[in-house]
Design a protein around this ligand. Structure first.
Ligand SMILES: Cc1cc2nc3c(=O)[nH]c(=O)nc-3n(C[C@H](O)[C@H](O)[C@H](O)COP(=O)(O)O)c2cc1C
Length: 309
């Protein structure tokens, strides 16, 4: 996830919870404005020397220019990656408005055009796709399925919302099921998995899917993957993880401004692990200096300690 499941997070997570997750998809590398510059800036995130842990990472590309896609995929191949993931699910308006991410979903010809050009030239690398049901209409996926079925794809991950829905409303499980049944590729479910029960419900309802991908759920509850392995982890381990992540942010980022911004990005989702009310958690977002941000978080963490004792 952009700005969140980057290498800093992945390393910290693996350090705290070895072997808890099977693999990770990188935040997207964007071919913004038809240039590669943006992707080259971000490529640091997937440099092999920074990804030496045991969680396999699949780099993800956002964009629709076949030549640029191939250049970047080729570079990733040289770096040792054997799979790239094409993001056709990003709902951000500035992305979708340019027919990238989920904005390409109403245009089957654009999807076919990219696949037709790149698939034969991927030089042994495999391609997977991460998508939504559509951009404006949830049935757009049904015009895309015959196209996706024409190409060899490693997997198709579906987040069953439209781009326009962003993250609101319910996941459309009925349409997900119909789409999954029509795809000849391994299908991965993604969306709103927060608990072991959510995870089991999806498997129960769709026993033939290949896998389930968890996004925000791991930030809301970093212990969720352990629970899915049948463990009963000490709740304090998620607070320990948060503290380790904060330390890593302080060490890795160069300025206080960057540190505050990054801490707040994580806090927006990770405050859930503290169990405090949203209004109490919001106090952290109202701070501006690094000291104030850290001490607002510390106050919350200390209050948990006091409540527990
Ligand atoms: C802040 C944020 C950044 C995201 N960045 C990406 C991204 O770079 N690539 C991607 O495929 N999905 C990205 N997503 C979407 C998630 O991967 C996932 O599809 C979506 O949140 C639904 O799944 P979830 O309910 O398990 O989070 C992002 C989501 C959020 C909230």
């Amino acid at each position: 996830m952009q700005g969140l499941t980057e290498v800093l997070f992945r390393r910290c997570y693996e350090h705290c919870f070895p072997n808890a997750v099977e693999r990770a998809v990188s935040p997207f590398l964007s071919l913004t404005h038809g240039r590669l510059s943006n992707a080259w800036d971000k490529i640091e995130d997937v440099l092999p020397e920074r990804n030496t842990g045991s969680i396999p990472v699949v780099p993800q590309i956002l964009g629709r220019e076949p030549d640029l896609f191939l250049q970047l995929a080729c570079r990733l191949g040289e770096m040792g990656y054997s799979e790239v993931n094409w993001n056709i699910g990003c709902p951000m308006r500035r992305v979708a408005g340019k027919r990238r991410g989920s904005g390409i979903l109403p245009y089957p010809d654009l999807v076919r055009g990219l696949l037709e050009t790149i698939v034969p030239r991927l030089d042994g690398m495999s391609l997977s796709v991460k998508m939504r049901l559509g951009y404006g209409q949830p049935d757009e996926i049904f015009a895309l399925i015959p196209i996706l079925n024409d190409y060899p794809l490693a997997s198709v991950t579906i987040h069953p919302r439209t781009g326009r829905q962003q993250y609101g409303g319910q996941c459309d499980l009925e349409r997900f099921g119909r789409a999954a049944a029509l795809l000849r590729h391994p299908v991965v479910y993604n969306g709103d998995i927060r608990t072991v029960a959510d995870y089991r419900d999806i498997w129960r309802r769709f026993p033939t899917i290949a896998d389930i991908m968890i996004g925000r759920g791991i930030l809301y509850d970093p212990l969720l993957p352990l629970r899915l392995h049948g463990e009963t982890p000490e709740p304090g381990r998620s607070i320990l993880f948060l503290r380790t992540l904060l330390d890593d942010i302080l060490t890795a980022l160069p300025t206080d401004q960057a540190r505050v911004r990054k801490i707040k990005e994580y806090w927006c989702l990770m405050w859930h692990i503290t169990g405090v009310s949203e209004s109490a958690a919001r106090a952290v977002l109202r701070t501006s200096s690094l000291d104030a941000t850290l001490s607002a978080i510390e106050q919350i963490l200390l209050s948990l300690h006091t409540e527990a004792s």
